[in-house]
Structure formats: structure tokens, C-alpha cells
Ligand binder design. Structure first.
Ligand code: PLP
Length: 366
């Protein structure tokens, strides 16, 4: 800690990312490590994205296209919007921060869920916003009335992760419609759909289907999860032109690198690969849930590529015990201290996790 940081920044705890495999390798001297901690897609990106990186004239000595022309055109065609309605980000994370800085002034108010993705809080605090973190029902489930009740005359932003990280829960179509319809006009509704490709509930609707319901609606998507390009940091926002124009006032120049633009454009063009890889994970998710429940554990129903598992001793202790077995998952903060979050990996990785978990829990009973 220094005495340089502004007081409101000192109130922040740094975002704690999933432990990198190399770190655990260094710490424990383990070779065989399974990382199921950051909701990455273990099946990897489209071969067309890899091929595009191999064959494109990357001109690494040049800055990237500052406006991301090709990728924004491709995204606009894919989502049937105008390119002026697409803003690219260095991951959708950057866009969350940018939205807070551009849309809300110091002292205005933001609403988001708890537990949910920590960056809504970080972005709000950084901009000196007041905020309400609305408790999810039973710590797991969205309730639209609770969100609406938290809105004040100063509320400028409402962030909803749908499906939600870390709970895997979702707001069903009717309720999402009601939320979009009922929020006061001045509010920007931000629907963060980082995991949308994995949502298969019949009553789930992507916000892209509900765009006509609300002018002030921003939808966040990412190439980090189902598209399996997390290393390249590409996310995007779909929203009204005016919002995108204003975001561009503050967006850092060249915020998305050339490699990211090239690979994401190619990956977007390979929807068949995306579907196959999502299908595989949905199959693996069902199998993992079944196996965990078969082992007598409670699992929160998930519409994403991760699962919350309740454990009979503190989640942090289980997390640490699993590390010693070379398995990296995520321990949860309050109110989910008795849960761990595990990314759905390949079948062999899931099996390894399961065996290690059963072992760790058995040791705990002895
Ligand atoms: C709900 C949610 N939104 C946004 C992000 C940020 O993803 P990225 O910056 O890689 O696009 C994540 C990452 O875990 C997430 O879980």
C-alpha cells in the first residue's frame, strides 16, 4: 500500500483471478495440473481462428486498427445491428469500467446483484458511485422485484449478469422483459451475457432478442468464454449509437490488439465450431452435475460453463486441499463461503476434480 492512491481506491480489494497453472507448478513442484478456475473453454478456439492468425499479414510493427473495422462489421452483420452500435473492448471487463466512467457521475447510483461478477462493484467504486448490491434470494437466485426496489432517483446503471457468475442462475425471459420494461427511462440496463452461449433453459432469452423493449440497453458479450479466445482479450458491447459514440470519447486508443481482432473475426465466422464446442460442454456439465449429486453433494443449477458445489467444510479449505492434488477451482467470498465454483472441463479433467474432491472430503471426515 502507498500513500499515493486516492481514498476511494483504498476501499477496493483487487480482483482475485483464478490461480494460473504455472504459479501452482512453481509453488508445489507439481507437473500434472488441472485448472478449472476461470470459466475458460477447454475445447479451444475455432481452427479457423488459429489459421487466420497463421496466415494474416499481422504487421506487428503497426498499431492495430483503432476502430476494429472488420470485426465490428462482422459483429454488426451477426447481430443485425449497425456497426455504429458495436463497441469493442479489451475483454468485456474493460467495457464494464468504461460504462461506469462514461455514463455515471460521482455520487450517482448503480445497482447490481450479490453475489455477482465483482467488476461491477470495482467499476462503481472507481467512479465514486454509490451502489446497492442486491442480495440474491437464498444467495443464488435473481429476483426482479428486489432489483427494481433498489433503484433510486439517482440510479444511472443496473448491471445484470445473465447467466450469473458465480451462481449460474438466470433471469427468465418474462422477468427480464419486466425488468427492461419497468426500469426508469434514465437508467442504462447493462445485461452482461458472458456465458449466454451455455444457457439452454427453455425460458431463457438473450437480451439481443429483447432489444426493441428498451432504448437504454447495453448488452455485453465476450470472446473469452465459449469462443475460447481468453488470451486475446476481446469483448464487445451492443447498444444505442449515442452510447457507443460517447464510450468512444474515453475508450483507450488501440484497446483491442491486432491478433484479437483477426482471431475473433475468424472465430465469429465459424458458428459450427462454436455450437459443437458448446454442445460438448453442455454434455460434460450434465455428467459432472450427475456425478457430484451421485456423491451426495448439493449443486446449484447452472446455465453457464461452471458449477457451484456446496461442500461440508469451508470452501477456502477445500480449495486449498484441492490445490495440493493439482486441481485449481475457486473459493467463494461471503455469502458463499461453503461453496466452491468449478469450471466444466474436459471429461478427464472433471473426473480428476471429482476424485480429488471425494478424497479431500473423505480426509476431512477422518
Ligand atoms: C459475468 C462476467 N462478465 C465479464 C467477464 C469478463 O470477461 P472478459 O473481460 O474476458 O471478456 C467475466 C469473466 O469472468 C464474467 O464472468
Amino acid at each position: 500500500m502507498s500513500d499515493l492512491a486516492a481514498p476511494h481506491i483504498l476501499a477496493l480489494t483487487a480482483y482475485e483471478p483464478g490461480k494460473p497453472e504455472d504459479e501452482l507448478r512453481r509453488e508445489l513442484g507439481l507437473d500434472d495440473i488441472v485448472k478449472l478456475a476461470s470459466n475458460e473453454n477447454p475445447y479451444g478456439p475455432s481452427p479457423k481462428a488459429i489459421e487466420a492468425l497463421r496466415t494474416a499479414d499481422l504487421q506487428l510493427e503497426r498499431y492495430p486498427d483503432p476502430r476494429g473495422y472488420a470485426l465490428r462489421e462482422a459483429l454488426a452483420a451477426h447481430h443485425e445491428v449497425r456497426p455504429e452500435q458495436v463497441c469493442l473492448g479489451n475483454g468485456s471487463n474493460e467495457l464494464i469500467d468504461l460504462i461506469c466512467r462514461v455514463v455515471a457521475s460521482r455520487g450517482e447510483h448503480a445497482v447490481f446483484g450479490h453475489p455477482s461478477f465483482p467488476c461491477y462493484r470495482i467499476g462503481s467504486v472507481a467512479q465514486e458511485l454509490r451502489f446497492t448490491a442486491v442480495p440474491l434470494r437464498d444467495d443464488l437466485n435473481w429476483n426482479v422485484d428486489d432489483l427494481l426496489d433498489a433503484v433510486t432517483p439517482d440510479t444511472k446503471l443496473v448491471f445484470v449478469s445473465n447467466p450469473n457468475n458465480p451462481t449460474g442462475s438466470y433471469i427468465a425471459r418474462r422477468e427480464l422483459e419486466r425488468l427492461l420494461h419497468s426500469l426508469p427511462e434514465r437508467v442504462l440496463a447493462v445485461i452482461d451475457e458472458a456465458y449466454v452461449e451455455y444457457a439452454d433453459a427453455r425460458d431463457f432469452a438473450p437480451a439481443t432478442d429483447l432489444r426493441d423493449m428498451r432504448e437504454r440497453l447495453a448488452i455485453l458479450r465476450t470472446f473469452s468464454k465459449a469462443y475460447a479466445l481468453a488470451a486475446l482479450r476481446v469483448g464487445y458491447l451492443l447498444g444505442p449509437r449515442g452510447l457507443v459514440f460517447d464510450l468512444n470519447r474515453l475508450r483507450a486508443p488501440f484497446n483491442v490488439g491486432t491478433l484479437g481482432q483477426v482471431a475473433a473475426t475468424a472465430a465469429l465466422g465459424d458458428q459450427a465450431h462454436l455450437r459443437a464446442s458448446v454442445e460438448a460442454t453442455l454434455h460434460d456439465r450434465r455428467a459432472l452435475v450427475e456425478a457430484l449429486e451421485g456423491a451426495g453433494l448439493r449443486v446449484a443449477p447452472s446455465q453457464a460453463n461452471f458449477i457451484l458445489v456446496e461442500v461440508p467444510k469451508p470452501g477456502r479449505a477445500v480449495y486449498e486441499d484441492l490445490l495440493r492434488h493439482g486441481v485449481i477451482v475457486r473459493a467463494m467470498g461471503p455469502p458463499l463461503q461453503s461453496w466452491i465454483r468449478v469450471t466444466v472441463g474436459r471429461p478427464a479433467e472433471n473426473e480428476r476434480f471429482l476424485q480429488a474432491l471425494v478424497h479431500v472430503l473423505r480426509e476431512a471426515r477422518v
